[in-house]
Design a protein around this ligand. Structure first.
Ligand SMILES: *Cc1c(COP(=O)(O)O)cnc(C)c1O
Length: 425
């Protein structure tokens, strides 16, 4: 397939090759990124991209669905099995679209919704003002306690009682601690609100048993498929049987036209991979690596929001180091360590030049890094911070990072053995 591309479009072929080299020659710490397996990549790059399949299995608007129906049903059944959910919709194009569809299946424009504020670790689509969710709904935002960096559930409950939102959203994009979805469910129940839980970041940890599942406590659970879950880019919704019909209608025809069948095919494969003992070990190692890395970073004088991590990500508060987040992120990138600058709770600096750095372990764990390498990465980060204005030193660190990467080849060869395990469907 690549050689056809090489012949027809040498420019794009070369750019893909360069991106593959970049992904292999650096330590990727952006906590929402990962490497998919070759099997997922193959399924995603398959002929299913050629097929229109508006509707749902058995109820399509175009003919020729003999195979697509089987694929989508397989993906749905696998999703239901790994997340222990009544119902699954695997069509959302992304996490953002999934969230909007979830909200619109439980509330109408103009209703009040409540989610975590973006600068406190929430996602845009949890009602932040520049997002459509902040424009069409009356959005109330909760925060983390600025002293602890953690949720204060009593405060969230008080806010809920005061504003009586129709929907409360739990979940985050930059929150390093466990989230108690049971309490969120209770807070919602107490005021007669619906509970939407967004596990985009931690879905893989939920499947691997490293994080509490919101499925028993939420009306709808939303997720991406490409973060810790390690599938192709996409979104997915899970819900209780009572919400199935309206939730499906909210996705199609409410939000979308034809589903991306090639993505759904890749999601089906990723869900089979997630249902293996290997994936459980992976999730455990992601959390172990984050713990070790956070401890090493604190030992090296970094402040971490909330004082550490329970999951796959860390939020560094760089004020004590006197380095703006963007400056460190860019220096790290030159040293082949890729992260993203991020706000910290109550950040005194502006959002485009915030005081924090967000890093995580999902991708480096996929390429085989364990505790020993996690410590090395923490030391590299510290050395870059110490040499922030010394380009020669940064280049030298970059060479050492490359050497480490070369010992852990990226999963071009990365196929999770299925060990003859029985298929779910
Ligand atoms: C990444 C993320 C999303 C959005 O997913 P996209 O696929 O980028 O649209 C939604 N919610 C949370 C919590 C996320 O972290």
């Amino acid at each position: 397939m690549m050689s056809a591309l090489e012949q027809y479009d040498p420019l794009i072929y070369e750019l893909i090759r360069q991106e593959a080299a970049r992904q292999s020659g650096c330590v990727r710490l952006i906590p929402s990124e990962n490497y998919v397996s070759k099997a997922v990549m193959l399924a995603t790059g398959s002929c299913l991209t050629n097929k229109y399949a508006e509707g749902y299995p058995g109820k399509r608007y175009y003919e020729g669905q003999q195979v697509t129906d089987l694929i989508e049903t397989t993906a749905q059944n696998r999703a239901k099995a790994v997340f222990k959910a009544d119902h699954a919709n695997v069509q959302p194009y992304s996490g953002s679209v999934a969230n909007l569809a979830a909200l619109l299946s439980l509330a109408n424009p103009g209703d009040t919704i409540m989610g975590l504020a973006l600068p406190h670790g929430g996602h845009l689509t949890h009602g932040w003002k520049v997002s459509v969710t902040g424009k069409i709904f009356n959005s109330v935002q909760y925060s983390v306690n600025p002293d602890t960096g953690r949720f204060d559930y009593d405060q969230i409950a008080d806010l809920a009682k005061k504003y009586k939102p129709k929907v409360i959203i739990s979940g985050a994009t930059a929150y390093p601690r466990q989230i108690d979805f049971k309490i969120f469910g209770q807070i919602a129940k107490d005021i007669g609100a619906f509970h939407v839980s967004d596990i985009a970041h931690i879905a893989g940890l939920v499947v691997g048993g490293e994080h509490m599942s919101p499925v028993p406590y939420a009306d709808i659970v939303s997720t991406t498929t490409h973060k810790t879950l390690r599938g192709p880019r996409g979104g997915m919704l899970l819900c209780k049987a009572e919400h199935a019909n309206k939730m499906d209608k909210s996705v199609f025809p409410g939000m979308q036209g034809g589903p991306h069948m090639h993505t759904i095919t890749g999601i089906a494969v990723a869900l089979a991979e997630a249902n293996t003992p290997e994936f459980v070990s992976y999730a455990r190692q992601v959390v172990k690596n984050a713990k070790v890395m956070s401890e090493k970073l604190m030992e090296l004088g970094f402040n971490l929001v909330s004082g550490g991590t329970d999951n796959h990500l860390m939020l560094l508060d760089l004020r004590s180091k006197n380095i703006p987040g963007k400056k460190l992120a860019k220096a790290l990138d030159r040293a082949r360590i890729v992260s993203n600058y991020n706000t910290i709770p109550n950040d005194p600096a502006p959002p485009f030049n915030p005081s924090g750095l967000r890093i995580g372990t999902p991708a480096m764990t996929t390429r085989g890094f364990k505790e020993e390498q996690a410590v090395m990465v923490a030391e590299f980060i510290s050395r870059v911070a110490e040499n922030i204005d010394n380009e020669t030193a940064i280049e030298e660190i970059g060479k050492e990072v490359l050497l480490l990467c070369s010992q852990f080849p990226v999963p071009d060869h990365f196929i999770i053995p299925n060990n003859g395990k029985k298929a779910i469907v």
